[in-house]
Design a binder for this molecule. Structure first.
Ligand SMILES: Cc1cc2nc3c(=O)[nH]c(=O)nc-3n(C[C@H](O)[C@H](O)[C@H](O)COP(=O)(O)OP(=O)(O)OC[C@H]3O[C@@H](n4cnc5c(N)ncnc54)[C@H](O)[C@@H]3O)c2cc1C
Length: 423
């Protein structure tokens, strides 16, 4: 390819979406991707091994998600609702109808919030420890579990919006998996002549009078007129910019970023649906207080997989553990939740995969979350440098969807529009 009009750093959802949009009108687009695959934090696992489109990264569609839903529809995907939610958080297994603030007091206090604070400050001011431990634990597990966030940094206003807007946490499953969406975007990019180079880890970006030069770890340098950087926030902090961009890196540091370890285990049978005290035939989500607290099935699909979700500060504690150690923690959790011995679980085990996103060099965590300083930080990152250097990705989204595939796709659309207008 001759010199590209636009270089996009990262072939995740944001990068592919931006590339598709920018290449529609004949612009030459080159994507430089550090991994040996596209998709980034969308990470479909081999169907041959799992028997279905298992996902090592994003799996659900959250809330309204207009951009994702439109794209999934174009791609021919089928969306379904998770079936039953169960919990063993407060004793024996019980079915839950909806996740909601379990206390009217909490709802009232959230409604009264005017300015933003951290969730920890909100709890301390309204629900002091000792008197309100149950409620505090509930809120903490929500923030850590759903947002992979630290309550000492997470925004109380975001908690309010999530808890009071029941639509924002409602999630849907994609029967064909997010891989379908990736392939759809990739095909569109290919048709428009986008070039995607894999194993191209960008290390340095220099903005000069003539345009931008982009250096990769293999020593090659790419020249272009505009560049869009879509790498996750912790990776952004490691890139070397010339001239230095302290405002951008400081802004990136003000947005929260949490870790997740995802544990996917295929068993020989759906042992949890056997003759038991509770009818788990339709079980989808199971919530607990175990070390790996959240699990889900693939119901109503026939797959014998359980997926474990180890988020936030708890994931940080075990991030350096081996896969075998994390598997043991996962089996211990399942054993207590379902009242089944670890030996039985080991006998049932067919295969497993631990995806430790905290240790992933090209993610360095799972996804962003809002802090009281996020709004301004996102605005700063939205502003291009000299109309040549742009930022996009799930964290840089003003539509209150940050942390999701929707946010990444929406930010890819936005940046493409801005760049088109700048030419
Ligand atoms: C475990 C997990 C579960 C999730 N579950 C859901 C879910 O159910 N629903 C949902 O909506 N969202 C979910 N998310 C979030 C969602 O996956 C992300 O928000 C979205 O995929 C991010 O897309 P992106 O393009 O912004 O970033 P990325 O997907 O991270 O894309 C950035 C790309 O840049 C590449 N890159 C990094 N460094 C360099 C470099 N130096 N040079 C070149 N390229 C580089 C990366 O390899 C990557 O391909 C989940 C995320 C994780 C980790």
């Amino acid at each position: 390819m001759n010199q590209a009009d636009i270089v996009i750093v990262g072939a995740g959802a944001a990068g592919l979406m931006a590339a598709r949009e920018l290449s529609k009108e004949g612009k030459k687009v080159l994507i430089l991707e550090a991994r040996g695959r596209i998709g980034g934090r969308i990470y479909p696992l081999p169907k041959e091994e799992w028997g279905y489109e298992a996902q090592g990264g994003a799996e659900f569609v959250h809330g309204e998600a207009p951009v994702s839903k439109a794209l999934l529809k174009e791609a021919g995907a089928t969306l379904t609702h998770p079936t039953e939610w169960w919990s063993v958080r407060d004793g024996p297994p019980s079915k839950i109808e909806r996740l909601s603030p379990h206390d009217l007091q909490l709802e009232e206090a959230l409604k009264k919030l005017t300015g933003d604070t951290t969730v920890a400050q909100f709890l301390d001011s309204n629900f002091p420890a000792g008197e309100h431990d149950d409620l505090r634990n509930f809120v903490q597990s929500w923030v850590e579990g759903y947002d992979a966030a630290d309550i000492h940094k997470a925004s109380a206003l975001t908690l309010r919006d999530e808890m009071l807007d029941q639509g924002s946490w409602r999630q849907m499953c994609i029967r064909e998996g997010y891989g379908l969406l990736l392939k759809y975007l990739q095909d569109a990019c290919m048709q428009n002549g986008v070039e995607i180079l894999l194993h191209k880890a960008v290390t340095a970006i220099t903005v000069n009078q003539n345009g931008v030069s982009i250096q990769c770890s293999d020593g090659l340098i790419y020249q272009t007129k505009r560049v869009v950087v879509t790498v996750p926030l912790p990776v952004l902090q490691t890139l070397q910019f010339t001239p230095p961009l302290p405002k951008k890196t400081q802004a990136a540091a003000k947005i929260g970023f949490g870790g997740v370890i995802k544990i996917i285990i295929r068993f020989k049978t759906k042992w949890w649906t056997g003759p038991r005290e509770q009818p788990f035939e339709r079980l989808f989500f199971m919530l607990s207080k175990e070390p790996v607290p959240t699990w889900w099935t693939q119901h109503p699909e026939p797959h014998t997989t359980l997926t474990g979700w180890l988020p936030g500060p708890n994931a940080e504690h075990v991030k350096n553990h081996s896969d075998e150690e994390i598997l043991t923690l996962a089996l211990l959790s399942l054993s207590r939740i379902f009242n089944i011995s670890i030996e039985q679980l080991r006998e049932e085990l067919a295969t497993f995969k631990i995806v430790n996103w905290i240790k992933d060099p090209f993610a360095r965590g799972a996804y962003s979350y809002s802090t009281p300083e996020s709004k301004e930080a996102v605005q700063e990152l939205h502003r291009p440098v000299d109309n040549k250097l742009y930022f996009a990705g799930e964290a840089i989204c003003e539509e209150d969807a940050n942390g999701t595939a929707e946010a990444a796709l929406a930010s890819g659309l936005r940046v493409a529009k801005e760049i088109r207008e700048s030419f």
